[in-house]
Every structure is written in structure tokens, then in C-alpha cells.
Design a protein around this ligand. Structure first.
Ligand code: NDP
Length: 478
């Protein structure tokens, strides 16, 4: 069986000590490969290569880097079919979703930042007759990029593209459950003309392993992490000794607020998507649904009906709506949340179990739970699966209080045809991204990131470049 290797200094290499771990397809439970398990030696080598490469990549004119990034985007598009199959085998997500969302967006991430970097500007301040100040924007150095398993290439390229566009080099640590598209990306980067050492990929685990060694490495300048809030806390601790610059996109427990005056069809159709797309394994999923009392019964009935009709099954079947969860272990975790919700008085209206017709794979039915309140674990903790709760509310004040009653603050959605209310409630919600009458719609120039314990910093457009560049001021006496 072929081994998925590290990519260090332009070459695919195994681990020095020969260690590997298994890669499983969660939809079948079958072993689909072995992955090189990196440790301190591989991280050291990759960081040294990235530091060497920084001397030339960081000085290359942005136009030239941008041209290479466009070639990467072209190659991702040319390899769409293969990349989508790899992503589906690793994650269990429907192939149709990988083909329509994950891979096209990965290509677009490169195109977007390649174009954006060419228009970046800095400020000038004139002290009349005395001095002229101008700021220069420079790359920071070697970045550690740590990505999660839910949207592996999509979220990895959201980091790699601005990192490279700005002139930094990087060491990537993909989630251990989804190693394949990051490895293919390394191959594509080489083909596109990215010099050796600029992009390195080290596979392996997080705590006390490759991930942690990267975050504590003294020659790594900045860390961009997308992952769980608890991982953010651990990374912050291990990066503290070397005072690294940090960007965190972390967990969410996002409210989806439905007022009775909404466009019902829009609200219900989008809610089905924002609850169950990618098996609910999206940080932005609206897992806490609040519906204004007059609409509550009708909304719950429609949601349950549509959740029941979603086709759960083989990710390769174009008719499939909901694929497999990432692993058996994760399924047990998701199911544990549902069991405990029931113990706390929650009523499962649909789902809450493995589908009977599927004999293998980590499949879980789309699940709707009612009769819970803000004291229940299920409304407070991130489940990261196809599980939502629905609660009624009576007033705007009440729903704002409920929505904000959380340590998380990633995103929030609200449905209303009252423009004044939309502005008012959007202003009050404690979340970094607010959607009104839509969900997941993104202009990549806008700031993206979480408030409270959902993250640190913002990504997107100039915000990504603020993280990946240093500004220095030059003061010239006139
Ligand atoms: P994890 O936090 O478990 O892992 C994310 C990455 O961090 C993985 O590569 C993991 O490695 C690595 N890691 C884990 N522990 C450490 C450590 N101590 N030091 C360094 N690296 C470490 O997240 P998941 O992969 O489970 O992804 C799901 C989470 O990501 C959810 O909480 C979700 O909300 C969040 N997320 C947030 C997004 C946002 O934009 N805010 C977007 C998407 C997801 P390994 O896998 O090998 O353990």
C-alpha cells in the first residue's frame, strides 16, 4: 500500500524513524493508506528549508509570486476530479459537494489573493516641510499553518494563498484524518513553479507531536490555526515562549434566528442547508435555531419533514445529500451529545441514530431536538455533526439574550422582512459574521473571524495581509 509522504524542501520523504499511521475511509471503514508520521526531526527540517527559501521568495516581486499562484489555481482546476475524490475518501463528504464547493473554492482562494496582493497599498504621512513618512509592507517569515479535517483543502488554501502571496514561506500540518489533498497540493505547487522549501507539508498528530512542535519552534514566526477552541488554548500556551503572531479560527455554536415575518420558504430551505450540509461538520452551521412563537409549530414540522427526506449514504452517489461523519470516534461523540440531551429532557423529533439501511460507515441521521433550554449541554457545546436544537421565543430582547448566552461568537443568522429589526438585531448579536436572510454567502474581501472564544484576528482581503505582513515606517527628513 502506497504511503502518503511528507513534502520537505521540494521532495517527498518518509519519516526518519519510519513511523506511519493508518488512513481510513470513514464511509467504508476500510484502510485506504498509510501516512508518514512526522515528529520533531521532520518539523526541524521543514522549518530550516522554509527559512532558507524565505530569503528568495520573500524578495520576489509580488507580481511574480502572483503569477505562480494563478498557475496553482489553474492546476487545482485541472485536477478537480482527482482532488474531489481524495477529499471524499478522507472525509466521507458527498463527492458532489467536494466537486461543487471544496475544490473550486480552493482554486479561487489562490486567484483571489494573487489578484489582491497586487493592489495592496500602505499609508504616507507628510510632516509639512520637516519629514516624509511612508510605510513598507514586508512578509513576516516562516508560517506554521495548521488545518482541520472538515473542509481540508478549502480551509488550508485560505491560509496558504495569502501566506505565499505576501512573501512568507510555510510549514503545513494538515489534520491527521485528512492528509491527502494537502499532499496533492504540495505536488501542484512544485509543478506550478513554487521554489523548493517555500511550501512544506509535515503529517502527524497535534498534541505532543508534529502540531505542537511546530507551534513551539523558535524559528517559526507566526501560526495560523483553524480548529477547536481547546486546541487554540493549547497552541497559545505553546507559542507563548517565542511570542509568535497568532491567527485563530475556532469553534462555534451559532444561533439561527427566525422571526415570524420572514420569507418562510427561504428560511426553511436555507436552514436545512445550514444545519446539515457537510454532515453539519461546518464551523458556521447554525446549530441553535430560535423560532418566534407564532411560527414555531409550522417551522419545526417543515424542518423535521425535510430532514427526514435528506438522503444519507454513499458519498460517491450523486443523489446523496449527507455523507459519513469523519470517523467512528466522532460519531460516538456526536451520539453521546444526543443521548445526554435526551437525559436532560430533550425530545428527538427525527434522527438521533445511525441509518438502518447502512451496514457500515460512520453515518448518522440528520437530527432535530426540541424541549431543551439554555442550561442543557446540547445548546452550549459545539457538537460538530448533523444535530440541531429548536427553541421558541417571544420577544426580540429574549432571543438576543439567548443567542449571546455563549462563550462562542463565530457567526449568527437572522430571518426577517423588517429592515429596521434586521439592523437592530445584527448590531446586538455577539458574532464576527452576521447573515441576514442568507447563510454562507461570502465576499472574500470582507473580514471573517470569531468574537469571544471563537477566534483571534480576522481573515479575508486586507485582513489576511495584515496578519501575514509586517509594516515598517520610513521617516525621511526633508
Ligand atoms: P482540532 O482542533 O482537533 O484540530 C485542528 C488542527 O490542529 C489539526 O491539524 C490538529 O492535528 C491540530 N492540533 C490539535 N491539537 C494541537 C496542538 N496541541 N498543537 C498543535 N496542533 C494541534 O479541530 P478539528 O480538526 O477537529 O476541526 C473541527 C474544529 O474546527 C471545530 O471546532 C470547528 O468549529 C473548527 N473550525 C473552525 C472554523 C472557523 O473558521 N472558525 C472552520 C472550520 C472548523 P490532528 O488532527 O493531527 O490532531
Amino acid at each position: 500500500m502506497e504511503q502518503v509522504l511528507h513534502f520537505i524542501d521540494g521532495a517527498f520523504v518518509p519519516s526518519e524513524d519510519g513511523r506511519t499511521f493508518d488512513n481510513l475511509n470513514p464511509a467504508t471503514g476500510e484502510r485506504i493508506g498509510m501516512v508518514a508520521e512526522g515528529g520533531r526531526a521532520e518539523i526541524d527540517k521543514a522549518v530550516r528549508a522554509a527559512r532558507r527559501a524565505f530569503r528568495t521568495w520573500g524578495r520576489m516581486p509580488a507580481q511574480e509570486r502572483a503569477a505562480i499562484l494563478h498557475r496553482i489555481a489553474n492546476l487545482i482546476e485541472e485536477n478537480l476530479e482527482e482532488l474531489a475524490l481524495l477529499e471524499t475518501a478522507d472525509t466521507g463528504k458527498p463527492l458532489s459537494l467536494a466537486k461543487s464547493l471544496d475544490i473550486p473554492r480552493s482554486a479561487y482562494n489562490f486567484r483571489f489573493f494573487a489578484d489582491f496582493v497586487k493592489g495592496l497599498s500602505t499609508e504616507t504621512f507628510e510632516m509639512e516641510g520637516v519629514a516624509l513618512n511612508y510605510a513598507l509592507r514586508r512578509p513576516v517569515g516562516v508560517a506554521g499553518l495548521i488545518s482541520p479535517w472538515n473542509l481540508p483543502l478549502f480551509l488550508l488554501t485560505w491560509k496558504v494563498a495569502p501566506c505565499l502571496a505576501a512573501g512568507n514561506t510555510c510549514v503545513i500540518k494538515p489534520a491527521e484524518l485528512t492528509p491527502m489533498t494537502a499532499t496533492k497540493l504540495a505536488e501542484i505547487c512544485k509543478q506550478a513553479g513554487v521554489p523548493d522549501g517555500v511550501v512544506n507539508v509535515v503529517h502527524g498528530f497535534g498534541p505532543d507531536a508534529a502540531g505542537q512542535f511546530l507551534t513551539e519552534h523558535e524559528d517559526v514566526d507566526l501560526i495560523s490555526l483553524t480548529g477547536e477552541t481547546t486546541t487554540g488554548k493549547a497552541v497559545m500556551r505553546s507559542a507563548a515562549n517565542t511570542l509568535k503572531r497568532l491567527s485563530f479560527e475556532l469553534g462555534g455554536k451559532n444561533p439561527n434566528i427566525v422571526f415570524a415575518d420572514c420569507d418562510f420558504e427561504d428560511a426553511i430551505a436555507t436552514t436545512v442547508r445550514s444545519s446539515f450540509v457537510n454532515q453539519g461538520e461546518v464551523c458556521l452551521c447554525g446549530s441553535r435555531i430560535y423560532v418566534e412563537s407564532p411560527l414555531y409549530d409550522r417551522f419545526v414540522e417543515a424542518l423535521v419533514d425535510r430532514a427526514r427526506k435528506l438522503r444519507v449514504g454513499d458519498p460517491l452517489d450523486p443523489q446523496t445529500d449527507v455523507g459519513s461523519l469523519i470517523s467512528e470516534e466522532h460519531l460516538e461523540r456526536v451520539d453521546g451529545f444526543v443521548r445526554r440531551a435526551m437525559e436532560q429532557g430533550g425530545r428527538v423529533l427525527v434522527g438521533g441514530r445511525r441509518p438502518e439501511h447502512l451496514k457500515r460507515g460512520a453515518f448518522y441521521e440528520p437530527t432535530v431536538i426540541v424541549d431543551v433550554d439554555e442550561t442543557c449541554e446540547i445548546t452550549r457545546q459545539e457538537v460538530f455533526g448533523p444535530v440541531v436544537t429548536v427553541q421558541p421565543f417571544d420577544t426580540e430582547e429574549e432571543v438576543i439574550r439567548l443567542a449571546n448566552d455563549t462563550h462562542y461568537g463565530l457567526s449568527a443568522t437572522l430571518w426577517t422582512s423588517n429592515l429596521k429589526r434586521a439592523h437592530r438585531v445584527a448590531g446586538e448579536l455577539e458574532a464576527g459574521v452576521i447573515w441576514v436572510n442568507t447563510w454562507f454567502l461570502r465576499d472574500l474581501r470582507t473580514p471573517f473571524g470569531g468574537m469571544k472564544q471563537s477566534g483571534i484576528g480576522r481573515e479575508g482581503g486586507v485582513h489576511s495581509f495584515e496578519f501575514f505582513t509586517e509594516l515598517k515606517n520610513v521617516c525621511i527628513k526633508l
